[in-house]
Design a protein around this ligand. Structure first.
Ligand SMILES: *Cc1c(COP(=O)(O)O)cnc(C)c1O
Length: 380
């Protein structure tokens, strides 16, 4: 429809700002340099010094005994679940919007053979503590599975990058400990949480037994996640990684980028948070009938723009933000994504500059006003 009205434009001439995800971030020049010169060895033999260094530094940063470098966040979570839930007939307790449940292909069921007991997530990524206590199988009889793990997510992806309150995490731990159940944090973006809270990440993960985080998202590394916990846990995790095909050889080449990520990319995350807030404020200031943001809930580098679905579809908005036509006043293409049917998601990372944010605000303002005007003219 837009093509007919407006005519196509040569997209190669248009400035593209890609805010679909922070996974899009590319390695920094310093990472490339470190990768090119990395000292490597066979990591399955435990002989890659760069991998060993990344694991040691990560464990130290997280305040855990040990850590293991794995291919992805999905693999880290699956390994954690397999190690914690090695007993057959296990059940994990998690929020219903948790990444491990929603977006990991049912790996916990498919591969680990574990059943999930889901508690409805609140909009801030937490869930009811009373419900947690109720769900835990206390002395399970022969009809019941064993509760073997509680999983929490920080920052919470489906909840728009929200940071879990530290006192809530402590309460989760206290309840779980009463029944001897470990807690795992899917901390894909836990460094963003630490930066938001202005505390060392060690404090954020203090009350969980195990935690993983992604080097390949806002931290900019090309590949890889870290899974950390006790020495005993990590020994088992290393073994489980191997059966999943995750034993790797000269992985120091990518671990070298991970080390740069730890040194250089954590403190600068604040810039990504500032950028996303600028976009959010611009949307908020439009006072649109269709598009809403919840400013106080924007903590980190993810922005959920809520859409009145009775007026416009998410797909249409994403299309219009990205597709630039000859008659458009703002000739910038903004790429966004959606992981829920009621919002458009924007995510910032190190390559997104102040100029990109200005262009994004111009484009978003232009497109949202167009939708608002269209809707008003339909109503009139
Ligand atoms: C991205 C993400 C993962 C998975 O990480 P991959 O490296 O993409 O497999 C896990 N949990 C959360 C919360 C995430 O955002």
């Amino acid at each position: 429809m837009y093509e007919k009205v407006n005519g196509e434009i040569n997209t190669s001439a248009v400035h593209v700002v890609d805010l679909r995800s922070d996974t899009i971030s590319k390695p920094t020049p310093e990472m490339r340099e470190a990768m090119a010169t990395a000292v490597v060895g066979d990591d399955v033999f435990g002989e890659d010094p760069t991998v060993a260094e990344l694991e040691r530094r990560s464990a130290e940063l997280l305040g855990k005994e040990d850590a293991v470098f794995v291919a992805s966040g999905t693999m880290a979570n699956l390994i954690a679940i397999m190690v914690h839930c090695s007993q057959r007939g296990s059940e994990i307790i998690s929020g219903d919007n948790g990444h491990t449940f929603r977006f990991e292909q049912g790996g916990p069921a498919q591969i680990a053979g574990v059943q999930a007991s889901l508690i409805r997530n609140n909009s801030d990524g937490t869930f009811s503590l009373d419900e947690l206590r109720d769900r835990i199988r206390k002395n399970p009889d022969c009809h019941e599975p064993y509760t073997t793990l509680v999983i929490i997510e920080n920052t919470h992806n489906m909840c728009g990058g929200k940071v879990l309150p530290l006192d809530w995490i402590e309460k989760v731990k206290n309840i779980s400990k009463e029944y001897n159940i470990p807690v795992h944090m899917d901390g894909a973006r836990v460094m963003n949480a630490a930066v938001y809270l202005k505390v060392p990440v060690e404090r954020v993960v203090r009350d969980v037994d195990t935690v993983c985080f992604c080097l390949s998202k806002g931290l900019g590394a090309p590949i890889g996640s870290i899974l950390a916990g006790s020495k005993t846990f990590v020994d088992k995790a290393r073994r489980t990684r191997k059966v999943l095909g995750g034993g790797w050889r000269q992985a120091g080449i990518i671990a070298a980028a991970g080390l740069v990520a730890l040194d250089k990319m954590i403190d600068r995350l604040q810039e990504d948070h500032d950028h996303i807030l600028q976009i959010a404020r611009a949307i908020d200031s439009l006072r649109s009938d269709i598009f809403k943001v919840d400013l106080p809930s924007i903590h980190t580098n993810i922005l959920m723009m809520y859409i009145d679905r009775s007026k416009v579809a998410v797909k249409e908005v994403i299309y219009r933000l990205a597709k630039v036509f000859k008659n458009d006043i703002v000739k910038v293409s903004v790429r966004a994504s959606s992981i829920r049917p009621d919002c458009v998601r924007f995510v910032t990372y190190w390559q997104i500059t102040d100029d990109d944010i200005r262009d994004t605000i111009d484009r978003v303002t232009f497109v949202l006003k167009e939708f608002d005007d269209q809707f008003k003219s339909i109503k009139a």
